[in-house]
Design a protein around this ligand. Structure first.
Ligand SMILES: NC(=O)c1ccc[n+]([C@@H]2O[C@H](COP(=O)([O-])OP(=O)(O)OC[C@H]3O[C@@H](n4cnc5c(N)ncnc54)[C@H](OP(=O)(O)O)[C@@H]3O)[C@@H](O)[C@H]2O)c1
Length: 251
């Protein structure tokens, strides 16, 4: 059984990844998020596809064991793993809600790492991992310092893992979108007038991001950054000293 596993399927970019996956040649798509009712209604929106809702909190050890047991029972061939679930918080660090910060580290770093580790034994030559990072991974991002650091982890981890998995013929693509109009914004407490960057930067289209991310993974690309604007930012962040970039990478 050839499957894809998608985290963070219940909203935003995850829903667009699911839509894109329904046109791929897969026997089944396992979709993960906490809100079970959202997953159920997504599954019933595609009655001709085998979409398996797995309502799990992927920051919970018990729920990760449930996923591990399901993999052990079903022994699928995982053709594509999409680690998409993630969240951030816009705040000066010194006044930030510490619990929310540690939850974002648990989700963006720990959960992504553990799910990749659990899933890799079920992947073969030609399979791929897509890890959703952000433009915030290109340089330190003040007022989203922890979020930027978690996404730098995702980008760095993905590039290293790609190298390790080359001999096994498994590709890892890291996806680095700019802002998108999804539930990410209210979850991160980003409101109009609170962040110059989120008020004025160009927004990415999540449907296009999802489709192109899958295309990039199939083509064996290491990184996919949507739009010429953010590709240019990635280049600037690579060639300029970070002491300078950090001054305009403010949220
Ligand atoms: N939107 C942006 O501006 C932006 C920009 C760059 C990168 N990104 C990245 O894009 C990815 C997708 O975000 P989005 O914009 O689509 O945000 P979103 O609409 O808030 O989606 C986040 C998804 O993660 C799931 N999730 C959150 N906590 C979870 C947990 N503990 N266990 C399982 N699932 C959990 C949520 O579902 P439940 O609440 O149902 O669990 C939801 O499906 C994230 O990695 C984000 O960092 C977003």
């Amino acid at each position: 059984m050839n499957i894809a596993i998608l985290t963070g399927a219940s909203s935003g970019l995850g829903q667009d990844f699911l839509k894109a996956l329904t046109s791929c040649d897969l026997d089944s798509i396992w979709i993960i998020a906490r809100r079970a009712e959202r997953l159920d209604s997504l599954a019933s929106a595609f009655p001709n596809k085998s979409i398996i809702p797995l309502p799990l909190d992927i920051t919970s050890k018990d729920d990760l064991i449930k996923l591990e047991n399901k993999l052990k029972e079903e022994k699928p061939e995982v053709r594509l793993l999409i680690n998409n679930a993630g969240k951030g918080l816009l705040s000066d660090f010194v006044t930030a809600d510490g619990i929310a910060l540690s939850e974002s580290i648990a989700l963006n770093c720990n959960a992504l790492t553990l799910i990749t580790r659990l899933t890799l034994p079920y992947m073969k030559k030609g399979s791929a991992v897509i890890n959703v990072s952000s433009i915030a991974s290109f340089a330190p991002t003040s007022r989203m310092a922890v979020y930027g650091a978690t996404k730098s982890y995702v980008t760095s981890f993905s590039r290293a893992l790609r190298e390790e998995l080359k001999p096994r013929g498994i590709n890892v693509t890291v996806v680095c979108p700019g802002p998108m109009k999804t539930e990410f914004l209210p979850v991160a407490k980003i409101e109009k007038g609170k962040s110059t960057a989120f008020d004025y930067l160009p927004y990415c289209n999540p449907e296009r991001v999802a489709k192109n991310a899958i295309k990039s993974a199939v083509r064996g690309k290491a990184v996919y950054t949507p739009t010429a604007f953010y590709k240019f930012y990635r280049l600037l962040a690579k060639i300029l000293p970070h002491a300078l970039v950090v001054k305009f990478a403010k949220t």
